[in-house]
Design a protein around this ligand. Structure first.
Ligand code: PLP
Length: 287
């Protein structure tokens, strides 16, 4: 599903992805020393690109990597990459690593040139059977680090968690820290109980999800209040509805958690309204 489309971005140039080469001494490869973004694109138009560029900048600032491009240049490169791959609906992966050093010192050299790589992949609308049935999730203890607000390319924690979730027969891992909901292994999480919708606040334990913001706007448009507050593990386990949200999956209903039905075991009525309004927002903003 995320197979690369033919054209990629490498250090400012559009090149065939099969020809894109970086040094094995690149610190993204050796240390996971870099930041990435995934931008959803609908009908050739990125959804909320500025929010993604802002978060990219925040990550680079946290890692003390100089952003190689201005906002205008980033926007132009994104347009070029999308056009080179024929437009339509796609996800765009962008990565900025600290670049290649002379060897493998933990401390970066002072004159490093960041490496910029980007590629695209097809973004299919959620399959109808998935929308009819929902997805399954497993709760797992969050084994990641203390700076989950940084969208770092060092993703071995979520990789391990996704493998464990799959072993348990689940499509996504919903992470808890003790008795508190953290987030999905690659998604924001919303819970609904007795008609009230809640999602945990921004913190170092969570990525500031752009889609979470989109869902917030969708709820506003629907006139549905959203409680932004810590959510207990017990609330997760007894929720009427659970949704996960991310740039590549929009908002999806979780209907099975730890092998048990969530609510009625079917996508909930509030999620359905959110889904429909989400499609309308996409059309308005990027379609
Ligand atoms: N949380 C984590 C850990 C993620 O990896 C992601 C996306 O990959 C998200 C949340 C959702 O973020 P966004 O909505 O910006 O895609």
């Amino acid at each position: 599903m995320t197979d690369a489309l033919p054209k990629s971005l490498l250090n400012g140039a559009i090149v065939p992805v099969v020809d894109a080469r970086i040094s094995p001494l690149d610190r993204g490869f050796l240390f996971g020393d870099g930041i990435y973004e995934v931008v959803p694109v609908y009908a050739g138009k990125p959804l909320r690109p500025d929010a993604h560029f802002d978060r990219l900048q925040d990550g680079l600032t946290a890692l003390e990597i100089a952003n190689p491009y201005s906002r205008t240049r980033w926007a132009a490169l994104l347009r070029e990459l999308i056009a080179a791959n024929g437009g339509g609906d796609m996800g765009v992966y962008l990565e900025v690593s600290r670049g290649a050093g002379k060897g493998r010192d933990f401390l970066p050299e002072s004159d490093m040139q960041p490496t910029v790589f980007g590629f695209c992949f097809r973004l299919a609308p959620p399959r109808p059977e998935l929308l009819a049935r929902g997805i399954s999730a497993a709760t797992l203890e969050d084994i990641r680090w203390q700076r989950c607000d940084i969208k770092s390319v060092a993703l071995v924690g979520p990789v391990m968690l996704k493998i464990e979730a799959k072993r348990l027969g689940a499509d996504e891992a919903i992470l808890v820290r003790g008795e508190r909901l953290a987030e999905g292994s690659s998604s924001a999480v919303f819970v609904v109980k007795d008609g009230r919708i809640a999602t945990p606040p921004a913190s170092h334990e969570r990525l500031p999800s752009i889609t979470r913001g989109v869902v917030g706007d969708v709820l506003d448009a629907l006139g549905l209040p959203l409680d932004v507050r810590e959510v207990g593990r017990d609330e997760l386990l007894t929720a009427d509805e659970i949704w996960i949200a991310s740039s590549t999956r929009e908002a999806l209903p979780v209907t099975v958690l730890d092998g048990k039905a969530v609510g009625q075991g079917r996508p909930g009525s509030i999620w359905r309204r959110v889904f429909e309004e989400f499609q309308a927002l996409k059309q308005r903003e990027a379609g």
